[in-house]
Design a protein around this ligand. Sequence first.
Ligand code: SF4
Length: 454
Amino acid sequence: MEKTCSSVWMRRFVANHLLLAKKTPIIPNSSPKIPPLPFPSLKPPLPSLRVVSPISSHRRPLSTAAQSSTPPLSTVDREDNGIVTQGSKKVLLKDMRYSELEKWVQSYGFRPAQALMLWKRLYGNDIWAHCIDELEGLNKDFKKMLSEHAEFRTLVIKDIHTASDGTRKILFTLEDGLVIETVVIPCDRGRTTVCVSSQVGCAMNCQFCYTGRMGLKRNLTAAEIVEQAVFARRLLSGEIGSITNVVFMGMGEPLQNIDNVIKAADILVHEQGLHFSPRKVTVSTSGLVPQLKRFLHESSCALAVSLNATTDEVRNWIMPINRKYNLSLLLDTLRQELRFKHKYKVLFEYVMLAGINDRLEDAKRLINLVQGIPCKINLISFNPHSGSQFRPTSEEKMIEFRNVLAEAGCVVLLRPSRGDDQMAACGQLGKPGEIQVPLLRVPAQFQTVLEASL
Ligand code: SF4
């Protein structure tokens, strides 16, 4: 059984993922995680690591702070503050950068080479180990130590939906019972993208986004983010080819969870592991200016900014974060920061909402706004969801808008909707439930447009 775990698992899973997920939960849902801990035996101390308890049975209630203006810490951190003792808890392997894993392995008296072998089995091609049984070739004592002190998995598959265009939406249950969604989008020319979530829900309340209606439940750990990409490769590489790109455009505002997002991105691009190209790992933000600056300084990965409006008036409404960091602050910051980046282009995303941001004046203003910023612009079709008040811009109008930008020298692409028949498209992720974040008041000049679309 040990030696065949990987290949049998893969085949069996694709055939019947739901059944298997129920049969082999590696982490019990009742196991809460414990906050970052230094390892007392190390000098200097190890970086903060997450550990999980294999025995505790308390469950945290779902957060009711979804609408709080203060972003909550992960519920993991809040619940377990100060109750950890080393030895009775397990470390989450995927919550460590390689340097951290190496130190942790050494703290148990094993050589750094063992850490590298483990890393390659966790993240290397065709292995993506999810359990001890899949660690072929590792020393017996090392495996014993891992089985006692380390946890391999944080996610359990709940369901997979396949859209008519081949897009897959994977629902994962977290150990506290919350659910996140990950989307795998096969494209032409051998490119397949996995869109990962960085939070459960989102606090940003963008008016065109279904996830925003959930409010924020909690941040994801780096392990929970990384494992979405590992799962995508493990489940689907054989079926739809290599997963080549990662976009942080699933549930949540990634830069509100910047520590874990930067760490996860570091793990994703590590050349001995998953080895995604930094240019093909894109973190998207609604425009958190201080965090955006930090990201540009600390990460080599790509940045996308969700712009979606050409005036503060419209952006204040459809993206309330603009009331804190307005368009000129956001764009001036990018203009400044990108002067120091070599061959770096920011990606602007522009979701087109009929009658709201898709007029020719908008196209002309957009050209001026992005002047002096090395950039590409993606025009995205709006994907309706239940309760949404907007309509998508027609294809002809999107093409016209695109042509105005292109004629002015902008690099601009029309991005077709993917996976929308399974609510897997941009802005459609999540399940708000009965208590939803209220929509904002519609500015007077747009009331007629929205009423006409009802
Ligand atoms: S568009 Fe992104 S930032 Fe805005 S509410 Fe949705 S998930 Fe959050």
